[in-house]
Design a binder for this molecule. Sequence first.
Ligand code: TYM
Length: 329
Amino acid sequence: MTRVLSGVQPTGDMHLGGYLGAFRHWATDQHDHDAFYVIVDLHALTLDHDPAELRQRTLDVAIMLLASGLDPDVCTLFVQSQVPQHTQLTWLLECTATFGELRRMTQFKEKGGGQESVRVGLLTYPVLQAADILLYDADRVPVGDDQRQHLELTRVLANRFNHRYGPTFTVPEAAIPPVGARVMDLQEPTRKMSKSVESPQGTIYVVDDPADIERKVKRAVTDSGTDVVYDPAAKPGVSNLLELLGAATERSPQEAAQGYSSYGPLKADVAAALIELLRPVQKRHAELAADPGAVEAILDLGSAKAELVASATAARASDAIGLLPRRGS
Ligand code: TYM
Protein backbone atom coordinates (compact mmCIF):
# COMPACT_ATOMS: atom_id res chain seq x y z
CA MET A 1 0.00 0.00 0.00
CA THR A 2 1.36 3.45 -0.81
CA ARG A 3 2.10 5.74 2.10
CA VAL A 4 0.73 9.28 2.23
CA LEU A 5 1.73 12.02 4.61
CA SER A 6 0.57 15.59 4.93
CA GLY A 7 0.65 18.37 7.52
CA VAL A 8 -1.06 21.52 8.69
CA GLN A 9 0.09 24.36 10.91
CA PRO A 10 -1.98 25.10 14.01
CA THR A 11 -2.11 28.81 13.21
CA GLY A 12 -5.44 30.56 12.69
CA ASP A 13 -8.83 29.01 12.13
CA MET A 14 -9.31 26.41 9.43
CA HIS A 15 -10.64 27.95 6.23
CA LEU A 16 -12.18 26.76 3.02
CA GLY A 17 -8.85 26.92 1.14
CA GLY A 18 -7.22 24.33 3.39
CA TYR A 19 -10.37 22.25 3.43
CA LEU A 20 -10.81 22.11 -0.36
CA GLY A 21 -7.11 22.09 -1.21
CA ALA A 22 -6.08 19.49 1.34
CA PHE A 23 -8.12 18.15 4.25
CA ARG A 24 -11.08 16.67 2.45
CA HIS A 25 -8.65 14.74 0.25
CA TRP A 26 -6.90 13.47 3.38
CA ALA A 27 -10.20 11.95 4.45
CA THR A 28 -10.65 10.06 1.17
CA ASP A 29 -6.97 9.10 0.87
CA GLN A 30 -6.96 7.42 4.28
CA HIS A 31 -9.08 4.56 2.91
CA ASP A 32 -6.80 3.70 -0.03
CA HIS A 33 -3.41 4.44 1.50
CA ASP A 34 -1.40 4.04 4.66
CA ALA A 35 -1.99 7.61 5.81
CA PHE A 36 -0.09 9.80 8.30
CA TYR A 37 -1.33 13.32 9.10
CA VAL A 38 0.67 15.66 11.29
CA ILE A 39 -0.20 18.89 13.09
CA VAL A 40 3.03 20.83 12.70
CA ASP A 41 3.24 22.87 15.90
CA LEU A 42 7.03 23.35 15.56
CA HIS A 43 6.47 25.11 12.25
CA ALA A 44 4.17 27.54 14.06
CA LEU A 45 7.12 28.79 16.16
CA THR A 46 8.69 30.50 13.15
CA LEU A 47 6.44 33.56 13.58
CA ASP A 48 5.21 35.37 16.71
CA HIS A 49 2.83 33.27 18.77
CA ASP A 50 1.21 33.06 22.16
CA PRO A 51 2.18 29.81 24.00
CA ALA A 52 -1.23 29.12 25.56
CA GLU A 53 -2.95 29.86 22.28
CA LEU A 54 -0.64 27.50 20.37
CA ARG A 55 -1.56 24.60 22.69
CA GLN A 56 -5.26 25.36 22.27
CA ARG A 57 -4.99 25.72 18.50
CA THR A 58 -3.17 22.41 18.23
CA LEU A 59 -6.15 20.74 19.83
CA ASP A 60 -8.59 22.80 17.74
CA VAL A 61 -6.93 21.70 14.49
CA ALA A 62 -7.11 18.06 15.61
CA ILE A 63 -10.85 18.51 16.26
CA MET A 64 -11.29 20.11 12.86
CA LEU A 65 -9.43 17.33 11.06
CA LEU A 66 -11.47 14.65 12.81
CA ALA A 67 -14.61 16.61 11.94
CA SER A 68 -13.43 16.67 8.30
CA GLY A 69 -13.59 12.89 8.31
CA LEU A 70 -10.24 11.56 9.54
CA ASP A 71 -10.80 8.28 11.32
CA PRO A 72 -8.13 7.49 13.95
CA ASP A 73 -8.80 3.77 13.50
CA VAL A 74 -7.83 4.08 9.84
CA CYS A 75 -5.12 6.76 9.69
CA THR A 76 -2.43 8.05 12.05
CA LEU A 77 -3.11 11.60 13.29
CA PHE A 78 -0.32 13.05 15.43
CA VAL A 79 1.50 16.12 16.75
CA GLN A 80 4.92 16.94 15.32
CA SER A 81 6.55 18.03 18.63
CA GLN A 82 5.48 14.77 20.28
CA VAL A 83 7.76 12.82 17.91
CA PRO A 84 11.34 13.99 18.63
CA GLN A 85 12.78 12.45 15.46
CA HIS A 86 11.40 15.39 13.43
CA THR A 87 13.96 17.80 14.92
CA GLN A 88 16.64 15.10 14.95
CA LEU A 89 16.36 14.41 11.22
CA THR A 90 16.07 18.14 10.48
CA TRP A 91 19.69 18.63 11.58
CA LEU A 92 20.96 15.94 9.23
CA LEU A 93 18.98 17.51 6.39
CA GLU A 94 20.13 21.04 7.29
CA CYS A 95 23.64 19.74 6.74
CA THR A 96 22.46 18.55 3.30
CA ALA A 97 20.63 21.74 2.22
CA THR A 98 22.40 24.95 1.19
CA PHE A 99 21.83 28.51 2.36
CA GLY A 100 21.26 29.58 -1.26
CA GLU A 101 18.42 27.15 -1.89
CA LEU A 102 16.63 28.05 1.34
CA ARG A 103 17.04 31.79 0.80
CA ARG A 104 15.34 31.44 -2.58
CA MET A 105 12.13 29.87 -1.19
CA THR A 106 9.16 32.10 -2.04
CA GLN A 107 7.55 31.80 1.40
CA PHE A 108 10.81 32.86 3.11
CA LYS A 109 11.08 35.88 0.84
CA GLU A 110 7.43 36.82 1.47
CA LYS A 111 7.33 36.27 5.22
CA GLY A 112 10.94 37.31 5.96
CA GLY A 113 10.69 40.54 3.99
CA GLY A 114 14.50 40.77 3.69
CA GLN A 115 14.86 41.75 7.37
CA GLU A 116 18.06 41.02 9.38
CA SER A 117 15.85 40.28 12.41
CA VAL A 118 14.07 37.39 10.68
CA ARG A 119 14.16 34.16 12.66
CA VAL A 120 16.54 31.46 11.46
CA GLY A 121 13.65 29.02 11.87
CA LEU A 122 11.80 30.77 9.08
CA LEU A 123 14.75 30.12 6.78
CA THR A 124 15.07 26.46 7.74
CA TYR A 125 11.30 25.88 7.84
CA PRO A 126 11.24 23.86 4.56
CA VAL A 127 13.95 21.52 5.89
CA LEU A 128 11.76 20.66 8.88
CA GLN A 129 8.96 20.03 6.40
CA ALA A 130 11.24 17.72 4.40
CA ALA A 131 11.99 15.80 7.62
CA ASP A 132 8.23 15.48 8.30
CA ILE A 133 7.82 13.79 4.94
CA LEU A 134 10.99 11.71 4.66
CA LEU A 135 10.68 10.20 8.16
CA TYR A 136 7.60 8.31 7.01
CA ASP A 137 8.86 7.13 3.60
CA ALA A 138 5.86 8.91 2.10
CA ASP A 139 5.18 8.17 -1.58
CA ARG A 140 2.51 10.90 -1.96
CA VAL A 141 2.02 14.22 -0.24
CA PRO A 142 -1.49 15.70 -0.78
CA VAL A 143 -1.16 19.50 -0.58
CA GLY A 144 -2.50 22.72 -2.09
CA ASP A 145 -0.62 24.46 -4.86
CA ASP A 146 1.28 26.80 -2.48
CA GLN A 147 3.34 23.85 -1.19
CA ARG A 148 4.73 22.88 -4.60
CA GLN A 149 8.12 24.50 -4.05
CA HIS A 150 8.59 22.94 -0.61
CA LEU A 151 7.83 19.52 -2.09
CA GLU A 152 10.38 20.08 -4.84
CA LEU A 153 13.02 20.92 -2.21
CA THR A 154 12.12 17.77 -0.28
CA ARG A 155 12.75 15.72 -3.41
CA VAL A 156 16.07 17.47 -4.03
CA LEU A 157 17.23 16.85 -0.45
CA ALA A 158 16.14 13.20 -0.51
CA ASN A 159 17.94 12.56 -3.79
CA ARG A 160 21.07 14.38 -2.62
CA PHE A 161 21.20 12.44 0.65
CA ASN A 162 20.59 9.12 -1.13
CA HIS A 163 23.29 9.91 -3.64
CA ARG A 164 25.87 10.92 -1.01
CA TYR A 165 25.21 8.36 1.68
CA GLY A 166 23.42 5.50 -0.05
CA PRO A 167 19.70 4.72 -0.51
CA THR A 168 17.97 5.96 2.65
CA PHE A 169 14.81 7.90 1.79
CA THR A 170 11.79 7.38 -0.44
CA VAL A 171 11.55 10.30 -2.88
CA PRO A 172 7.95 11.61 -2.56
CA GLU A 173 5.56 13.04 -5.16
CA ALA A 174 3.27 16.03 -4.51
CA ALA A 175 -0.44 15.24 -5.06
CA ILE A 176 -2.17 18.50 -5.95
CA PRO A 177 -5.92 18.30 -6.64
CA PRO A 178 -7.15 19.40 -10.09
CA VAL A 179 -9.85 21.67 -8.59
CA GLY A 180 -9.61 23.66 -5.35
CA ALA A 181 -5.80 23.63 -5.10
CA ARG A 182 -5.67 27.40 -5.04
CA VAL A 183 -8.73 28.95 -3.39
CA MET A 184 -8.45 32.74 -3.51
CA ASP A 185 -9.53 35.43 -1.06
CA LEU A 186 -13.11 36.58 -1.79
CA GLN A 187 -12.23 40.26 -1.31
CA GLU A 188 -8.87 40.10 -3.12
CA PRO A 189 -9.14 37.29 -5.63
CA THR A 190 -5.54 37.59 -6.80
CA ARG A 191 -4.32 36.53 -3.33
CA LYS A 192 -4.79 33.03 -1.89
CA MET A 193 -7.29 32.54 0.91
CA SER A 194 -5.14 32.46 4.00
CA LYS A 195 -5.23 32.31 7.79
CA SER A 196 -3.07 35.39 8.15
CA VAL A 197 -5.27 38.18 6.84
CA GLU A 198 -6.36 41.41 8.48
CA SER A 199 -10.00 41.22 7.41
CA PRO A 200 -11.95 37.95 7.70
CA GLN A 201 -14.47 39.11 5.05
CA GLY A 202 -12.59 37.41 2.24
CA THR A 203 -12.09 34.14 4.12
CA ILE A 204 -14.74 31.49 4.68
CA TYR A 205 -14.04 29.50 7.82
CA VAL A 206 -15.14 25.90 8.06
CA VAL A 207 -17.18 26.77 11.16
CA ASP A 208 -18.83 29.88 9.68
CA ASP A 209 -22.60 29.69 10.06
CA PRO A 210 -24.83 29.71 6.95
CA ALA A 211 -25.71 33.41 7.30
CA ASP A 212 -21.99 34.36 7.37
CA ILE A 213 -21.26 32.19 4.34
CA GLU A 214 -24.13 33.77 2.42
CA ARG A 215 -23.02 37.29 3.34
CA LYS A 216 -19.36 36.70 2.44
CA VAL A 217 -20.18 35.12 -0.92
CA LYS A 218 -22.71 37.84 -1.75
CA ARG A 219 -20.08 40.52 -1.07
CA ALA A 220 -17.35 38.69 -2.96
CA VAL A 221 -15.50 40.96 -5.36
CA THR A 222 -16.44 40.15 -8.94
CA ASP A 223 -15.08 41.53 -12.18
CA SER A 224 -16.38 44.09 -14.64
CA GLY A 225 -18.94 42.82 -17.18
CA THR A 226 -21.60 40.21 -16.49
CA ASP A 227 -20.29 37.12 -18.33
CA VAL A 228 -19.87 34.01 -16.24
CA VAL A 229 -16.74 32.43 -17.72
CA TYR A 230 -13.77 30.68 -16.20
CA ASP A 231 -10.75 32.84 -17.00
CA PRO A 232 -8.51 33.28 -13.91
CA ALA A 233 -6.25 35.88 -15.56
CA ALA A 234 -8.97 38.18 -16.93
CA LYS A 235 -11.74 37.41 -14.41
CA PRO A 236 -10.13 36.31 -11.13
CA GLY A 237 -13.19 37.00 -8.94
CA VAL A 238 -15.74 35.06 -11.00
CA SER A 239 -13.22 32.30 -11.69
CA ASN A 240 -12.65 31.84 -7.97
CA LEU A 241 -16.42 31.49 -7.41
CA LEU A 242 -16.57 28.92 -10.23
CA GLU A 243 -13.62 27.08 -8.71
CA LEU A 244 -15.49 26.95 -5.39
CA LEU A 245 -18.73 25.79 -7.00
CA GLY A 246 -16.86 23.17 -9.02
CA ALA A 247 -14.93 21.90 -6.00
CA ALA A 248 -18.08 21.75 -3.85
CA THR A 249 -20.13 19.92 -6.50
CA GLU A 250 -17.36 17.70 -7.96
CA ARG A 251 -17.25 19.38 -11.36
CA SER A 252 -14.65 21.37 -13.26
CA PRO A 253 -15.01 25.17 -13.02
CA GLN A 254 -15.85 25.25 -16.73
CA GLU A 255 -18.72 22.80 -16.19
CA ALA A 256 -19.88 24.79 -13.16
CA ALA A 257 -20.11 27.94 -15.36
CA GLN A 258 -22.84 26.45 -17.61
CA GLY A 259 -26.24 28.12 -17.52
CA TYR A 260 -25.44 31.43 -15.79
CA SER A 261 -25.89 34.76 -17.48
CA SER A 262 -25.27 37.02 -14.46
CA TYR A 263 -23.39 37.00 -11.14
CA GLY A 264 -26.37 37.05 -8.74
CA PRO A 265 -27.66 33.49 -9.34
CA LEU A 266 -24.07 32.19 -9.43
CA LYS A 267 -23.35 33.67 -6.01
CA ALA A 268 -26.59 32.24 -4.59
CA ASP A 269 -25.65 28.76 -5.84
CA VAL A 270 -22.06 29.04 -4.56
CA ALA A 271 -23.30 29.97 -1.08
CA ALA A 272 -25.87 27.14 -1.07
CA ALA A 273 -23.29 24.57 -2.21
CA LEU A 274 -20.76 25.64 0.43
CA ILE A 275 -23.36 25.58 3.20
CA GLU A 276 -24.30 22.00 2.20
CA LEU A 277 -20.65 20.95 1.93
CA LEU A 278 -19.76 22.25 5.39
CA ARG A 279 -22.94 21.26 7.24
CA PRO A 280 -21.83 17.69 8.20
CA VAL A 281 -18.34 18.91 9.15
CA GLN A 282 -19.82 21.54 11.46
CA LYS A 283 -22.11 18.98 13.08
CA ARG A 284 -19.22 16.61 13.85
CA HIS A 285 -17.11 19.54 15.00
CA ALA A 286 -19.66 20.48 17.68
CA GLU A 287 -19.76 16.86 18.94
CA LEU A 288 -15.97 16.49 19.11
CA ALA A 289 -15.39 19.90 20.71
CA ALA A 290 -17.54 18.78 23.63
CA ASP A 291 -14.93 16.16 24.62
CA PRO A 292 -11.37 17.52 24.14
CA GLY A 293 -9.95 14.82 26.45
CA ALA A 294 -10.96 12.14 23.95
CA VAL A 295 -9.22 14.08 21.19
CA GLU A 296 -6.01 14.31 23.26
CA ALA A 297 -6.13 10.55 23.76
CA ILE A 298 -6.37 10.07 19.98
CA LEU A 299 -3.28 12.27 19.54
CA ASP A 300 -1.33 10.39 22.26
CA LEU A 301 -1.92 7.14 20.44
CA GLY A 302 -1.21 8.64 17.02
CA SER A 303 2.10 10.14 18.14
CA ALA A 304 3.19 6.82 19.66
CA LYS A 305 2.37 5.03 16.38
CA ALA A 306 4.19 7.69 14.37
CA GLU A 307 7.28 7.46 16.56
CA LEU A 308 7.66 3.74 15.81
CA VAL A 309 8.01 4.53 12.10
CA ALA A 310 10.02 7.74 12.58
CA SER A 311 12.59 6.19 14.91
CA ALA A 312 13.42 3.45 12.39
CA THR A 313 13.97 5.99 9.59
CA ALA A 314 15.97 8.36 11.82
CA ALA A 315 18.24 5.46 12.87
CA ARG A 316 18.72 4.49 9.22
CA ALA A 317 19.65 8.06 8.28
CA SER A 318 22.00 8.48 11.27
CA ASP A 319 23.73 5.26 10.35
CA ALA A 320 24.05 6.22 6.67
CA ILE A 321 25.57 9.61 7.49
CA GLY A 322 28.16 8.04 9.81
CA LEU A 323 26.96 8.68 13.37
CA LEU A 324 28.13 6.10 15.90
CA PRO A 325 25.08 4.39 17.40
CA ARG A 326 24.75 4.05 21.19
CA ARG A 327 25.30 0.39 22.00
CA GLY A 328 22.37 -1.59 23.32
CA SER A 329 19.81 0.75 21.75
P1 TYM B 1 -0.73 25.23 5.84
O1 TYM B 1 -0.96 24.95 7.28
O2 TYM B 1 -0.53 26.66 5.44
O3 TYM B 1 -1.93 24.66 4.97
C1 TYM B 1 -2.41 23.33 5.10
C2 TYM B 1 -2.83 22.80 3.75
O4 TYM B 1 -3.84 23.60 3.17
C3 TYM B 1 -3.48 23.99 1.85
N1 TYM B 1 -4.00 25.37 1.60
C4 TYM B 1 -4.72 25.72 0.52
N2 TYM B 1 -5.16 25.01 -0.53
C5 TYM B 1 -5.90 25.67 -1.47
N3 TYM B 1 -6.18 26.99 -1.40
C6 TYM B 1 -5.76 27.75 -0.36
N4 TYM B 1 -6.07 29.04 -0.30
C7 TYM B 1 -4.98 27.11 0.66
N5 TYM B 1 -4.42 27.54 1.82
C8 TYM B 1 -3.82 26.46 2.38
C9 TYM B 1 -1.95 23.99 1.86
O5 TYM B 1 -1.43 23.85 0.56
C10 TYM B 1 -1.67 22.79 2.73
O6 TYM B 1 -1.72 21.59 1.96
N6 TYM B 1 4.10 24.04 5.18
C11 TYM B 1 2.76 23.50 5.31
C12 TYM B 1 2.60 22.52 6.45
C13 TYM B 1 3.50 21.32 6.45
C14 TYM B 1 3.40 20.18 5.60
C15 TYM B 1 4.42 19.28 6.03
C16 TYM B 1 2.58 19.85 4.52
C17 TYM B 1 4.52 21.09 7.32
N7 TYM B 1 5.07 19.85 7.08
C18 TYM B 1 4.61 18.06 5.41
C19 TYM B 1 2.78 18.61 3.89
C20 TYM B 1 3.79 17.72 4.34
C21 TYM B 1 1.79 24.65 5.55
O7 TYM B 1 2.18 25.69 6.04
O8 TYM B 1 0.48 24.32 5.29
